[in-house]
Design a protein around this ligand. Sequence first.
Ligand SMILES: NC(=O)c1ccc[n+]([C@@H]2O[C@H](COP(=O)([O-])OP(=O)(O)OC[C@H]3O[C@@H](n4cnc5c(N)ncnc54)[C@H](O)[C@@H]3O)[C@@H](O)[C@H]2O)c1
Length: 239
Amino acid sequence: MRLQNKTAIVTGGARGIGQAMCELFASEGARVLAADMSDPSYENPSVEGYRLDVSDPEACKACFEYAVGRYGKIDVLVNNAGITRDALTRKMTDEMWRKVLDVNLSGVFNLGRLVGPHMQEHGGGSIVCISSVVGEFGNIGQANYAAAKAGMIGLAKTWAKEFAMKGGNVRVNVIAPGYTMTDILSTVPQELLDKFAAMTMLGRLGRPEEIAKAALFLASDDASYVTGHVLSVNGGMRL
Ligand SMILES: NC(=O)c1ccc[n+]([C@@H]2O[C@H](COP(=O)([O-])OP(=O)(O)OC[C@H]3O[C@@H](n4cnc5c(N)ncnc54)[C@H](O)[C@@H]3O)[C@@H](O)[C@H]2O)c1
C-alpha cells in the first residue's frame, strides 16, 4: 500500500497508460481523480472520473478546486494526457503544431502551476510528467510532439527547483516511455511498430502496466530522494 491515504490526479486517465496508472494507484491505497476529455468509466470506487480538457486553463482551475474541495490535499499529480498530430515539418499545419503544444505542453503547465504551489504549502508531494522517447531523441514526422515532450523536461526540471524552495518538499520527475501498446499507436503501421520493437534491447514494445509501475515508484515515498530526474522506460531503445 505505497499510496495509502494519498490523493492522486491522473490526466488522460480514461484509457491506455493513464488507465493503468489509475488502477495501480488505487490498488496501492490512493484515491484517484481520473481527469480526461472522454468519460472515464471505472468500477473501482477509489477512482473517480472527471471531464477535463487540460488545454483549457479555466477548466484546469475548476478541476483543481474540485479536487481540493473533495479530497483536501493533493499528494500526486501525473501529467499524462497527450495526443499526436503527425506530419513531416513541411506539411505540418499551424493547427497541428498548436494543438499538440496546447495539450501536451500547455496542458502540463495549466494544472501543474496550481498543484505545485498547493503541494508546497501543504507539506509536499510528487508530480510526474509523461514525456516520450521522442522528446529525448526526436522523430521524423513528429516535430510538434517532440518539441512538446522535450519542453516538458525543461518545465519539470524548473518545477523541481521552484517547488522545492523554502522546504517545499515537492518532487518533480519525468518518465520517457518508449513505444507502448495503446490506442495512441493505432495510426502507426504494423511494419513500423515491428521496426520500433526491433530497435529495443528487449525486442518488444512496452505495456501500459510497465509505465504505470515506474510512475508508482516516482509517485510514492520509495522515490523520496529522487527529483528532477528523467526516467527512460523504453526497453533499451535507441532511435
Ligand atoms: N503509447 C506510447 O507509445 C507512448 C510513448 C511515449 C509517450 N506516451 C505518452 O503517454 C501518455 C499516454 O498515452 P497513451 O499511449 O495512453 O495514449 P491514449 O491515446 O491511449 O490515451 C491518452 C488519453 O489522454 C486523453 N486526452 C487527450 N487529450 C486530452 C485533453 N486535452 N485533456 C484531457 N485528456 C486528454 C485521451 O482521452 C486518452 O484517454 C501521452 O502523453 C503520450 O504522449 C505514449
